[in-house]
Ligand binder design. Sequence first.
Ligand code: M6R
Length: 608
Amino acid sequence: MCGIFGYIGPREATSIVLDGIQKLEYRGYDSAGIAMINDGVLCHEKEVGKVSRLQEVVSAKNWETNLAIAHTRWATHGRPTQGNAHPHLDTQKKCAVVHNGIIENHDTVRHLLEKRGITCISDTDTEVIAHLIAYLYKGNFLRAVQRALPLLKGAFAIAVIHHAHPGEIVCAAKESPLAIGIGKGEMFVASDSGAFLKYTRRAIYLGASEVALLTEHGVEAFDAQFAPIEKKREELSHSVEEASKGDYQHFMLKEIHEQPQTLQNALLARFSRDYGTATLDNLNFSDEELKKVERIVILACGTSLHAGMIAAHMLEEKARIPVEVEISSEFRYKNPIVKDNTLAIAISQSGETADTLAAMRELREKGARILGICNMQGSTMAREVDSCLFLRAGPEIGVAASKTFTSQLIVLSLLSLHFARMRQMSQQEGVLFIDALTKLPEQIRQVLLGSGQIIEIAKKYAAYENFFYLGRRYMYPTALEGALKLKEIAYVNANGYPAGEMKHGPIALINEMCPTVAFCADTYTYPKMLSNLMEVKARGGKVLAIAPGGASDIAAIADDVIWVPPTLDELAPVASTIVGQLFSYYVAKERGTEIDQPRNLAKSVTVE
Ligand code: M6R
């Protein structure tokens, strides 16, 4: 987590780096800081809160400099206080470090430093890096950083400046992303190339244990043995999309309302109705390879995991391929069995989730081919996988995923169709599937037009502190996703559960203070769902049902019903999820929580 941005060049650096870390706020936003060198003096400033707070403080200082580094933090070690914010400096304030990742052996290093009379003043794992570099510095800044790195364990990326080297930024990466932007007479370093895209499109990415020295004239890169290396320069193709809220109060609401368009984008030119099949031109796997796939392993976290669970159902049902869905953070510590013809599908909006990257690397080591499903071009995932299908959802600024989830569902539906048509699915079935898919954007427009009813229902339920979210079959992961949204943005406890499991224990929690949000749009299991909801009602629980139009018997059981347009069971998660998103959004609004940047969260989870 955390975002790093550095600049060296002829322009005034403070405003550039502050703008840079603002673009990286999706990686964390509990505190921010900046360091720069002015007339040989290392100056720094740190503030608790968002980057805008730091901007206010720094603008009053009228700093002028051509070199600066900055940081936006998501706390891992130590509370979000001014003292724990980055940059961290050595005792004599000669060098400053910004850091993303975790130094796992910080305690050991801290004790080593203490034995040499150097005491850390913060609770962070980062501070030891600054002391270590200062301690090892003997006139050559680059060499001091290079000598410090082998003493640090963990996955991290750093950028460092030193008061005696006002024309240099030294940066290093070990299993954490770090992009270097190459401008004309100016250089940038950032956790994500998107942050410097408006200045330059030429970039290199630092790999494992590599170090780079940036001056305004260029970049020199070195491997872990200090030997110079030639890094491949990449031309960034993604566009500079300046996100704005437009007339919406929050990015999340805007992103929810963008879904008719983002679904359309995800579908664009990716199917042939005549043949009833998907046309995934960018899929770098031959039909022969795909026909041979005997097992699929899906890797993902959070919302992407829920998309993976829905896709697993679809792939098994339609393409008859066995699929395992694995939580990346658990899977990375397994010793996976990879037989021939295993395909891994890694799903990640950001393409930077540390656990998913580690899990997919583990599978690749063992011989699996990897297909990425990702929104961010240029991300680590997009660069490392054998093939990548992009969501084309545009930047998602709200920390809680909304439009990217439904785009994941569309891309995964197309992929399932592709596999299914290669196996036993008929052309006619394929055409029906495509017809249902292409109706979705219009159906979602209808759902969004019904927001007024959802606002009223959200007001009615906003004061409850505990919810159950229930569903069966395709609606079970949909319920999990609905519950996650409510937790994330409204800070309300919501327990996502398969409805059939309630009787095995959780039903003990049902009472009039614990309502159930029931996802009923899986027609195959609908009658069973009704029985489960009767059981809830019999115990005094309130029921808010999200059900397909025409399924009138639910109205006699539920306290409230929100209708969604009927579709195929496997595509029903899209509309039902959007109702769930709107419900969570309006509950959160009613409760006055911070919706776009909820407490304790970050958009990209780049530490394990
Ligand atoms: O970028 P990824 O899709 O890999 O992110 C995975 C999760 O961190 C993410 O979905 C998270 O759960 C979101 N906050 C969900 O709203």
